[in-house]
Ligand binder design. Structure first.
Ligand code: 3HC
Ligand code: NAI
Length: 696
């Protein structure tokens, strides 16, 4: 017999089915543990425990997921209502068995709630994880103390430092889920499980009392040292992984309640620091970037069932792979037969390499390759819903391609260009349908890098924008909508840094000084190491060379970068770089010929000279309306150029430094070094008004 459902509050219900109490949360979108949810949970559990008819309690969620964690929007604000720990205490101390019924994702605080239940049942599509590390935190509600008690120290270390979402089957195998029930039948399955627990009078097992797995690691600090060492590169610069590791160490070495205290302390250290603030900002910034004010969610989209790619070079091949990976057929066109064969060959080789690493089966490789149609005829694109041009970066060639494409492509097909710098409006203007034209600026390697700058032309239609935003998600990209300007958002800002790097080595720094400062800041690589990797001779023409830059001089000396063992650095046979005395000489000589007085340059100056002009350029981009919001610029830099997420992107970082400080330095450099440092009007205004970029 089922009693009527009683609303505990707006987001929580309690009902009784036979002798099982069912607590149901319904707080869209993800049942995050807001004050209302915590209050509702506490009220519902109090009611269930007090109800004499109830012998066991099931906690289940409506909507697309089980609790996905603490409510991140509440962080940094004063807490209201019961704390998560209060709620957990009620559940963990329940004299009646509690069963968490999991679908969707039990994440962070959500999994921590499930871990104070006595049992966890889930559907096969469910996932569980402690992803706090990804927002610069650690599981602060006992997750680090309870998880290793179930899954053991090694797995716990991996889960808390990667934030991975563990699929149900694996979670079941490691004991995190006690039982898997039929998909779509979670409620029935969980109630049946609860009934069995009651009927069999199963013990009120508590995770906190399971000590065997943590004891197994006691007195073995080498486990943690080895883990730190193995992941040092991945964790570089981040505070949260280390604090997570320390928590697992505490779980191993301290009694449970002491471990909880250690967890709290390490949690607060992160919560009050700037890294987590930056990472939480990035979490929301990424979601915000998906929202285009004048392109509402219900804007019609164009079905994209077949894609064309023109050019099978470095970018075309990678772009094609994105669609093949998503099961979308691709026709790829080349001007040269040998380039077509080479391009298709590289795609196959990439897939085969992935298969060798065990991440694809040979069958998957063949399936993907079967979706690819290589051709030398543009006419083969006639049935494509979207066509992406990735030919040479020359306006004349692009115009020629789009003129032809206009005649061949079916009406309504999206015509996209992968240009890095060129004017998308000028390209659109050669067609009879500029509303169908958009820039899709992929980053290299295009099958790997997450960023996709979508370049909105003057006439690009909203349907085309909405389609490309949606399609980006289908192919696993993070799209950011930007406006037409030279280099768009990313490369336009990069140019600032590159210019200063080149100037600094003439004024007194060496390439390895500049690279070291930027690497230590958290970037994946400095500009000179990057040039060596890409090849110094990209775009260098031996017939036209005139020793006008250090790079040209190095190319003339056959120093072409990593590929021939010498560039800005000297490389050994394992491609380890070391500063080159030859290059040092070249630079000194070059500066002398130009009568540049070399001087001592501090690391601080390198950082400020390279990065402040980027913040300033970002402000110009905003003031010109080429980016919708400052946080979009940060998303470009994090996903396209490896800006360290723990400083939030250049715009967030500029605010961390203090916009007033950035402006003052820009003014000083402007006076000393010239117009490259002219402060943006927006930056001046924001500082004068004491505002930040979000108020721009
Ligand atoms: N708090 C507040 N809002 C959240 C949230 C959270 N924990 N998780 C998601 N949201 C919001 C998103 O901002 C988004 O809002 P919007 O529609 O207004 O933009 C909406 O929920 C839907 O989110 P997604 O677009 O990300 O939806 P998906 O279906 O793609 O993904 C998800 C769902 C896997 C749950 C993903 O949102 C996610 O990973 N969320 C974060 C999970 C997390 O980090 N949990 C740990 C929180 S910290 C914690 O628990 C501390 C504890 O240890 C004390
Ligand atoms: P690429 O030189 O490697 O490849 C270009 C290919 O296009 C060549 O194989 C060429 O034969 C082919 N091609 C030229 N004209 C053609 C035509 N009319 N029809 C069919 N095929 C034709 O060049 P890459 O690096 O792939 O660049 C392509 C575009 O992507 C450029 O606009 C570039 O600016 C842009 N881009 C490049 C990035 C990079 O890192 N390489 C990053 C982001 C954008």
């Amino acid at each position: 017999m089922e009693a009527a459902m009683a609303a505990i509050n707006a987001v929580t219900d309690f009902s009784v089915e036979g002798d099982i109490g069912v607590v149901t949360l319904n707080s869209p979108p993800v049942n995050a543990l807001s004050a209302a949810v915590r209050e509702g949970l506490q009220g519902a559990f109090d009611a269930a425990i007090a109800d004499a008819a109830v012998k066991a309690i099931v906690l289940i969620c409506d909507g697309k997921t089980f609790i996905a964690g603490a409510d991140i929007t509440e962080f940094g604000k004063a807490m209201t209502g019961p704390s998560l720990q209060d709620v957990q205490n009620v559940i963990e101390n329940s004299p009646k068995p509690v069963i968490a019924a999991i679908h969707g994702t039990a994440l962070g605080g959500g999994l921590e709630v499930a871990l104070v239940a006595n049992y966890r049942v889930a559907v096969p599509s469910a996932k569980a994880g402690l992803p706090e590390v990804n927002i610069g935190l650690l599981p602060g509600a006992g997750g680090t103390q309870r998880l290793p008690r179930i899954v053991g120290v090694e797995k716990a270390l991996e889960m808390v430092t990667t934030g991975q979402h563990v699929p149900a089957k694996a979670a079941h195998a490691m004991g995190l889920f006690d039982e898997l029930v039929e998909e779509g039948k979670l409620r029935e399955g969980a109630i049946a499980f609860a009934k069995a627990v009651v009927a069999e009078n199963r013990p009120l097992k508590k995770v906190r009392d399971l000590n065997e797995k943590v004891e197994a690691a006691r007195g073995k600090p080498e486990i943690f040292e080895a883990f730190r060492k193995a992941n040092a590169k991945k964790f570089r610069g981040f505070m949260a992984p280390e604090n997570n590791i320390k928590c697992i160490e505490a779980a191993v070495n301290l009694p449970f309640d002491e471990g909880l205290k250690a967890e709290r302390k390490l949690f607060m250290e992160l919560m009050t620091g700037s890294q987590s603030a930056a990472q939480r900002y990035v979490f929301f910034a990424e979601r915000q970037a998906a929202k285009i004010p004048d392109v509402p969610d219900d804007t019609p989209t164009i079905p994209v069932k077949k894609v064309g790619v023109i050019g099978a070079g470095t970018m075309g091949g990678g772009i094609a792979m994105n669609f093949l990976n998503a099961g979308i057929p691709v026709t790829i066109i080349e001007a040269k037969q040998e380039n077509l064969e080479r391009g298709v060959g590289i795609i196959r080789k990439n897939y085969e390499n992935t298969a060798k690493k065990g991440r694809l089966t040979q069958d998957d490789v063949e399936k993907r390759m079967a979706l690819l149609t290589p051709s030398m005829e543009m006419e083969a694109l006639a049935d494509c819903d979207m066509i992406i041009e990735a030919v040479f970066e020359l306006m004349e060639i692009k115009k020629e391609v789009f003129t032809k494409l206009d005649k061949i492509a079916k009406p309504g097909a999206i015509l996209a260009t992968n240009t890095s710098y060129l004017d998308v409006d000028a390209i659109a203007a050669v067609t009879s349908r500029p509303e169908s034209v958009i820039g899709t600026h992929f980053f290299s390697p295009a099958n790997v890098m997450r960023l996709l700058e979508l370049v909105r032309g003057d006439k690009t239609s909203k349907d085309v924008i909405a389609t490309c935003m949606k399609l980006s998600k289908t192919i696993g990209k993070v799209p950011v909508l930007v406006g037409v300007c030279y280099g768009f958002v990313g490369n336009r800002m990069l140019a600032q840094r590159q210019r200063e790097a080149q100037k600094l080595i003439l004024e007194g720094a060496m390439p390895w000084d500049v690279d070291r400062v930027l690497y230590d800041f958290g970037l994946p690589m400095g500009p000179f190491a990057m040039s060596d990797l890409a090849g110094l001779d990209i775009g260098w023409d031996p017939a036209k060379t005139s020793s006008s830059t250090v790079r040209e001089v190095l190319c003339e000396m056959d120093r072409r970068g990593q590929k021939n063992g010498k560039g800005f650095y000297d490389y050994d046979e394992n491609r380890n770089a070391k500063p080159s005395p030859v290059v040092e000489e070249v630079i000194r000589d070059f500066a002398e010929k130009r009568q540049i007085q070399r001087r001592e340059i501090t690391d601080q100056e390198i950082l400020e000279r390279c990065l402040y002009p980027m913040v300033n350029e970002g402000a110009k981009i905003l003031e010109e309306g080429k980016a919708i919001r400052a946080s979009d610029i940060d998303i470009v830099w994090i996903n396209g150029y490896g800006w360290p997420v723990y400083s939030g992107g250049p715009m967030f970082w500029g605010e961390l430094v203090g916009l007033d400080k950035v402006l003052a330095k820009m003014k000083q450099f402007h006076a000393e070094l010239g117009d490259d440092f002219k402060p943006s009007a927006l930056l001046e205004r924001l500082v004068a008004e004491g505002k930040g970029f979000k108020d721009a």
